[in-house]
Design a protein. Structure first.
Length: 600
């Protein structure tokens, strides 16, 4: 099916929905408040802890000075004092395509200290559904190794020329990310952040006098399919000449087709490349467009001349550095404001202050919503069901409940309130839309590691026995949360440690599979979790630990092998023996961690 070009500079409905959820859940208001309070008090470590950013012990001024000298130590320490980790999390790349999590396997370089000095960077999980925690690093400016455990290579994003995303001294420059300002406003928006109406967009070239209107005109040209004119109006010289066919290409790249549905913010590419040039990062970059092709952007030698843009076979440009995504992707906050999905006061306060100083202070994303009663059709009448006192309360007597349970036991079908209650606690069957929304909100908070929101919803009466469409209960997703307070509470509520999701994984198996901490695994074991279990691939816990090289869980692997020899899949052990060139996993010695980034 052919795709239609989007309206000028608009988010697609799917992306708008995903970004609205990201802005609602990914950086909660309490995180912004706690991180800001700690940063203003001069405690950057506490600010990082509030924003779920892990800090290694070697980020200490004395240890930095011992390794890199006192000058580097002073510069790093000064940067860390002005680091806003909550703002950094706000701007990190997201996966989209049905997800709201961080794009996995990213290494973002924040600052470099001399041509041969260290760099300050951070990494996230290599797993799409792994914990959303981040980890700071200070070390040599080397490319991270391939993470063979999860089949990806960490992609490096260079933010050294974009301190506006994390350094509170430079947040005023966030206006550059929204496009060129003109006439006291940003493109597509009034000064107070309300969107322009369609008839307010330019119908012809307004000229360079109003940069905001000129940016809107470029987007109008893109939407019309006038790409050469759009690139030219943005100061880019687009060459549609097909590049030489690569050795692994089955046909020559069609550059015109490549850019048809590629809608970058053209007006920002050349200025961002100039900033990178001033930072010593070069003048030539590539923009990956799809699996086959990319665009190569090269600044002209003459000052003020258009930058050159040519299409290239992606396989032939691997040696050309990637243009950071922030330099060409549209700021999602602008798209959400245009679509009416958020208001300026819902933005991160530092973002709102930079983009819309006239709109007043922002409070950030709102907190969790208290579960409200939901109407359910039951036996020809409407009943109200509501999460209250830790159960999904339905207006039926115990005798009626026992009768429905007996009916189900004999193969009968249940309906109304009882079917709703069953769908809520099993993840199977249909739920009323309002209850689906309540369940989705809870698991969105879970996915983004928002333990305070989950606790608040439980305190408000949410039934903890809820399961998502994959059959996962709250015990299955503890690896995403701070389990120290939640685990005892969930066990006291009667949740089953051996409950299986649709992949036949118990909570202990989920913790091992999805990168849960060794502390969580030990606490599940102490609570009585069984270790003689296998998942849908017939892998035992010992085999999963070996698969993901969880050297921090060797104690569990040895226990499984000792107490349950032969459990799990024989073909998997044979396959791993053929593939694995690492030391024998059955040795008594603890293996060193392969990479601190993997299970941070």
């Amino acid at each position: 099916m052919s795709r239609r070009p989007l309206p000028p500079a608009a988010l697609s409905p799917e992306d708008a929905s995903a970004w609205a959820r990201i802005r609602r859940y990914a950086v909660p208001g309490w995180m912004i408040e706690r991180a800001t309070e700690a940063r203003l008090a001069g405690d950057w470590r506490a600010a990082c802890a509030a924003a779920a950013v892990d800090v290694p012990d070697d980020l200490d001024p004395e240890r930095i000075a011992d390794r890199y000298g006192p000058d580097a130590a002073a510069r790093v320490t000064d940067d860390l004092r002005h680091l806003a980790p909550d703002l950094l999390r706000w701007h990190l790349p997201r996966t989209l395509n049905g997800h709201t999590t961080l794009t996995p396997g990213r290494r973002v370089v924040l600052a470099a200290y001399g041509s041969s000095g260290p760099v300050l960077s951070l990494t996230n999980s290599p797993m799409l559904e792994g914990p959303q925690r981040l980890r700071l690093h200070l070390g040599p400016a080397i490319a991270p190794a391939r993470d063979r455990l999860h089949g990806l290579t960490y992609v490096t994003e260079d933010w050294t020329a974009a301190r506006r995303f994390w350094d509170v001294r430079r947040t005023g420059e966030l206006r550059h990310s929204a496009g060129p300002a003109g006439s006291g406003r940003l493109p597509f928006l009034h000064p107070d952040g309300t969107p322009l109406a369609a008839e307010e967009l330019p119908a012809e070239d307004p000229g360079p006098a109003d940069p905001a209107a000129r940016a809107e005109w470029v987007a109008v040209l893109q939407a019309r399919g006038a790409h050469i004119e759009a690139y030219a109006a943005a100061g880019l010289d687009l060459d549609l000449t097909p590049p030489p066919q690569g050795p692994r290409s089955y046909r020559q790249l069609d550059v015109a087709q490549l850019i048809t549905y590629f809608a970058p913010d053209l007006t920002r590419i050349a200025p961002e490349v100039r900033l990178l040039e001033r930072a010593g990062r070069g003048t030539c970059f590539r923009i990956p467009v799809d699996w086959r092709g990319c665009l190569r952007v090269t600044l002209a030698a003459a000052d003020g001349a258009p930058a050159q843009v040519v299409g290239r076979d992606r396989g032939q440009e691997e040696d050309v550095p990637r243009l950071p995504s922030y330099a060409w992707q549209r700021l999602p906050d602008i798209g959400l404001l245009r679509a009416g999905r958020i208001r300026p006061e819902d933005l991160h306060p530092l973002v709102a202050a930079a983009l819309f100083p006239q709109a007043g202070p922002a409070a950030g994303p709102p907190g969790p919503t208290t579960p409200a009663p939901v109407r359910v059709r039951c036996g020809g009448v409407w009943h109200e069901v509501v999460s209250r006192n830790g159960v999904l309360d339905i207006p039926h007597t115990e005798q009626e409940r026992q009768r429905e349970l007996a009916l189900r036991a004999f193969g009968g079908s249940v309906s109304g309130c009882f079917a709703t209650q069953h769908a809520w606690t099993s993840g199977e069957g249909r739920l009323p839309r309002a209850l689906r929304d309540q369940r989705r909100e809870l698991f969105q908070h879970v996915q983004h590691g928002d333990t305070p929101a989950v606790l608040a919803l439980l305190d408000a009466g949410t039934d903890p026995h809820v399961r998502d469409r994959r059959g996962r209960g709250l015990l299955h997703v503890l690896h995403l949360l701070d389990h120290r307070e939640l685990l005892p509470r969930l066990l006291a509520a009667g949740l089953d440690l051996e409950a299986q999701d649709k992949a036949y994984r118990t909570p202990l198996q989920s913790a091992v599979h999805y990168g849960g901490s060794a502390a969580l695994v030990r606490d599940l074991l102490d609570a009585g979790a069984r270790i003689d279990v296998i998942d849908e691939m017939e892998l035992s816990l010992a085999q999963v630990i070996r698969r993901y090289e969880r050297t921090d869980l060797m104690f569990l692997r040895r226990r499984v092998l000792q107490e349950h020899p032969g459990i799990g899949s024989e073909w998997w052990d044979e396959y791993m023996s053929e593939q694995d060139s690492e030391p024998d996993w059955d040795e008594d010695e603890e293996l060193p961690a392969q990479d601190e980034d993997i299970h941070a």
